[in-house]
Design a protein around this ligand. Structure first.
Ligand SMILES: Nc1ncnc2c1ncn2[C@@H]1O[C@H](COP(=O)(O)OP(=O)(O)O)[C@@H](O)[C@H]1O
Ligand SMILES: [Mg+2]
Length: 227
């Protein structure tokens, strides 16, 4: 005989974050970013594909998604946060990288939950791109870029090409602290930097060099190719 099981109590324990009617504060090429409605110091990123799943009514996202590609960008980020350099207990590894708190379910699709980076007035931090376009290469930002560069070399955190709109201008003790908010991971075709410090160092030197090319390209009005 078939028995009916009452599962209504489960929703009591399992709360989906409601992002309906909440405006995103920014967006990139792949994701929309929201301030977490319950934790004001956290950012929730929902990929556009996830957004489009909204039309599939209200069922839980994990039932609606047929393929992992639907939230690929967040998935890639999740695996990038598992990289070797972030497995140790060194708190310095978060100095220039937004903390990552995992994937959460929202009413408009799965979201990655990260630290929301703030400026010295507790407003949402602007990107390095916006800073450079607004203020240019100030002494303050030059120093912050130098600190960031040293951290890349010492932490061996792997990033894809470091583009100024994927870095935000945070503050600590009234000094600028640049933070990576997107583009973590490795763009190396052969994954040697992921397993060897020697190759990681070489790979990072190249990212630093390309970061400066990109900054100089931005500052010079984006003439020619940035690489
Ligand atoms: N943790 C964060 N703190 C503050 N601003 C953020 C944060 N994450 C993203 N942003 C803002 O949202 C924009 C888009 O986020 P991003 O993660 O780069 O999305 P995409 O994957 O679509 O490129 C960023 O350029 C930045 O302005
Ligand atoms: Mg981005």
């Amino acid at each position: 005989m078939l028995e009916c099981v009452d599962l209504s109590h489960i929703s009591y324990y399992y709360k989906m974050i409601n992002l309906n009617n909440i405006e995103h504060f920014a967006q990139g090429g792949n994701r929309r970013c929201f301030v977490h409605p319950l934790k004001k110091d956290r950012c929730l990123k929902v990929s556009f594909e996830g957004q489009s799943e909204k039309v599939k009514k209200n069922a839980a996202w994990y039932k609606k998604f047929r393929s992992a590609e639907s939230f690929d960008d967040n998935l890639r980020e999740q695996s990038a946060y598992q990289q070797r350099s972030l497995k140790n207990n060194n708190p310095n590894k978060w100095k220039h990288l937004a903390r990552w708190y995992g994937m959460v379910e929202t009413s408009i699709g799965p979201a990655s939950e990260t630290e929301l980076v703030l400026d010295k007035n507790q407003n949402i931090a602007i990107t390095l791109e916006k800073y450079l376009f607004t203020f240019g290469m100030t002494d303050e930002i030059k120093k912050a870029l130098g600190d960031f560069e040293s951290w890349l070399r010492s932490s061996l955190v792997l990033t894809k090409n470091i583009i100024p709109h994927n870095i935000v201008v945070g503050y600590e003790d009234n000094l600028i602290v640049l933070k990576i908010i997107d583009g973590l991971g490795s763009s190396s075709f052969v994954p040697l930097p992921e397993i060897s410090d020697f190759f990681a160092k070489r790979y990072i030197e190249r990212r630093i060099q390309l970061m400066w090319s990109r900054i100089n390209w931005d500052l010079s009005g984006r003439k020619g190719s940035w690489k």
